[in-house]
Design a protein around this ligand. Structure first.
Ligand code: ARG
Length: 492
């Protein structure tokens, strides 16, 4: 009873130590009247832009000399802005719904992603002037053209929209009795539509036009949504109060508008990229994307298994020790980590810890996955050690072997045989589970799969390729592990 109580106290204590991360954010977004945002960028010499390149013609990816590059009108505008500010442009890619969090936690200096400066967003960030007017449409399967005429036709039906977007909220609000499903990427939405998971997609007009132009099975209807200017236009988001930066950017935007660069140059360029994108959509053409993805997946898993093993060993011995405090800390850690989803832990490390030290996405991913794996490995090791019969320890001790010696020469060699296969399983599940790091923009296999989807406008083929690659890697690994397991048995 007392033990349980202590355990609860430790967990509550742990939660309270984590709490300041949440409040630090609120303090961060309040900037003083003497705004340093512009001076800071000029001093750094780089302007970091956050975006989600799944939104042609605003931002999307194309292949140049075997490398994926970000293109689109937002990118062209951002390049001009950086040039005007006399700094370099750095682009950070992530899911759309992570962008404003990244902005508020200082991962990026501005967000440019075809973002509508809605009233709700204006409360939390500072927007530039409007640089483009789009409008909202609904994409449907061509075969359904007779059924769906406007937003009214979707009463009681299912619509799709990108998660965290204004379109998602708008569809919910303006159509009665409609189900709105959220997806992360444009390509997922198209796939859902074509496989009849949803009846239509609410999409910004230029994007909708891009998809329809590239896919003869789709067509477009005017949504007839009630919209104010904010909801049909795009603006650039900055941290709340970053007025000097926003002011300098507005000057660039005014220049761009005056020369009508968006319509005359940027959108035309985007159009040519979209054409070259769909010339060769065979999966072999994209092998480099997949190779890069699997490389990162293996890298993250290997590092995480290594660090997870060290951490797990320490935690296991702490939990097995007689020292109450060590035992308690280790138990609390293990329970806490196993009781929260890896996805939340990854976001916490990247965005939460990121408030204190600004870690790159890959490092954050490795740290989060290692911390997570440590808890599971600890239990594997503890289980392995506990599985060695007590009589063994007693016999060794009575023969005069020290406590350390007993552990080292008697218990551990036997425990290893139980630990090894379980550890192998842990490695294999890490390879699969590490796929969640894609949400913070680590270019692992899942991330690359989504890029190939939006690049080729093909839904299923990239999934099949990724699935096969995961299988080949995990199956190969389990064969290798089994080989060593067999050798260990013979050594018996
Ligand atoms: N305009 C919509 C919004 O602000 C969606 C933008 C999505 N952008 C993207 N790059 N995926 O909510």
């Amino acid at each position: 009873m007392k033990k349980k109580f202590l355990e609860i106290i430790t967990i509550v204590g742990l939660l309270f130590t984590l709490l300041p991360f949440g409040t630090a954010n609120a303090a961060n977004s309040k900037t003083s009247s003497s705004d340093q945002s512009l001076a800071k960028i000029q001093k750094k010499g780089v302007l970091v832009m956050g975006t989600s390149p799944d939104y042609a013609p605003y931002e999307f990816q194309t292949t140049k000399n075997g490398k994926s590059v970000d293109v689109g009108m937002d990118i062209s505008i951002a390049k001009q802005i950086a040039k005007d500010l006399g700094v370099k442009l750095k682009i950070k890619n992530m899911d759309f719904d992570s962008l404003l969090v990244a902005l508020q936690t200082g991962k990026v200096d501005m967000v440019m992603a075809g973002m509508n400066p809605t009233a709700a967003r204006r409360k939390n960030v500072t927007f530039s002037n409007i640089y483009y007017q789009g409008g909202q449409d609904i994409v449907i399967n061509k075969k359904d053209a007779g059924i769906y005429k406007s937003k009214k036709s979707f009463v009681g039906k299912t619509l799709g929209a990108q998660t965290g977007t204004m379109q998602y909220n708008m569809a919910k609000k303006q159509i009665s009795n409609v189900t709105v499903k959220g997806f992360d990427k444009g390509a997922d939405l198209i796939l859902a539509l074509q496989t009849n998971k949803i009846d239509g997609i609410v999409m910004e007009k230029p994007s909708a036009e891009a998809y329809v132009k590239n896919n003869p099975q789709l067509s477009l209807i005017n949504g007839n949504f009630n919209l104010n200017t904010n909801e049909t236009s795009s603006a650039i988001a900055f941290q709340k109060g970053a007025t000097s930066l926003a002011g300098a950017v507005n000057k660039s935007l005014a220049k761009i508008k005056k020369k009508d660069l968006i319509n005359k140059v940027y959108l035309k360029e985007a159009g040519t990229h979209m054409k070259t994108n769909t010339v060769n959509t065979s999966m072999t053409h994209y092998w480099k994307y997949f190779a890069k993805g699997i490389g990162y997946t293996l890298l993250i898993s290997a590092f995480s298994v290594f660090f997870g093993f060290i951490l797990g060993t320490i935690l296991a011995f702490m939990r097995l020790s007689r020292n109450k405090l060590l035992k308690l800390v280790s138990t609390a850690y293990i329970e806490f980590v196993r009781g929260t989803p890896l996805m939340v832990q990854i976001m916490f490390v990247y965005f939460g810890i990121g408030l204190i030290v600004n870690l790159p996405a890959l490092t954050s991913g490795i740290i989060a996955v290692s911390l997570n794996s440590g808890a599971y490995v600890a239990e594997v090791i503890r289980g392995g050690i506990n599985s060695v019969d007590k009589g063994q320890t007693e016999a060794a001790r009575s023969l005069g072997l020290s406590k350390k010696g007993t552990m080292r020469y008697v218990v551990l060699p036997q425990a290893i045989k139980n630990i090894w296969p379980a550890l192998g399983n842990e490695f294999i599940s890490l390879i699969k589970e590490s796929s969640i790091v894609s949400i913070i923009g680590v270019t692992d296999l899942i991330y690359q799969l989504k890029i190939v989807q939006s690049d080729t406008y093909r839904g299923v083929a990239p999934i099949v390729v990724a699935m096969l690659l995961y299988f080949v890697v995990t199956f190969g690994l389990s064969k290798i592990l089994a080989y060593f397991e067999g050798r260990m048995k013979h050594a018996n």
